[in-house]
Design a protein around this ligand. Structure first.
Ligand code: CMP
Length: 133
């Protein structure tokens, strides 16, 4: 439980409260990936494939009326997974980014397994929805 990958996951605030077992399962499920500056991670109004947690670098969320910059520890792509709707915004890498991806099919399993994960996610979701008007 002390390998570098586990440490990386533990350092992400979203996962901070997970039990060691749940964190280990998440380490197995999530994949790590890189994107170059300018690459589109999420296209608006598409079907959702998963959610992403940013480890390094920054992304820009482009909603219909604003641009929001997010960085390490932030996550994107949770909204469409939770609502079942299409993607609400476009998300583009502003710099080169390294991120963790949790596939759609695994997302509900992770939440069922570890409902505590939903608490910080719902707080963030509520703020994002409030910002959407
Ligand atoms: P989703 O709708 O799946 O895909 C686009 C993502 O952009 C969305 O999930 C959120 O993760 C993110 N997003 C949408 N609106 C905002 C906002 N106001 N602030 C930060 N992130 C947002």
């Amino acid at each position: 439980m002390t390998d570098a990958r586990t440490q990386t996951f533990r350092s992400i605030p979203l996962f901070a409260e997970l039990s060691d077992d749940a964190l280990a399962r998440l380490v197995d499920i999530a994949t790590e990936a890189d994107a170059k500056a300018g690459q589109v991670l999420i296209e608006a109004r598409r079907e959702a494939s998963g959610m992403f947690v940013i480890e390094e670098g920054t992304v820009v969320v482009e909603t219909h009326d604003r641009k929001i910059e997010l960085g390490p520890g932030d996550f994107v792509g949770e909204m469409a997974l939770l609502t079942g709707d299409q993607r609400s915004a476009r998300v583009q890498a502003r710099t080169d980014v390294r991120f963790l991806a949790i596939a759609r099919g695994d997302f509900e399993k992770v939440l069922a397994d570890e409902p505590r994960l939903a608490i910080p996610m719902l707080r963030t979701l509520a703020k994002r929805l409030a910002a959407m008007d």
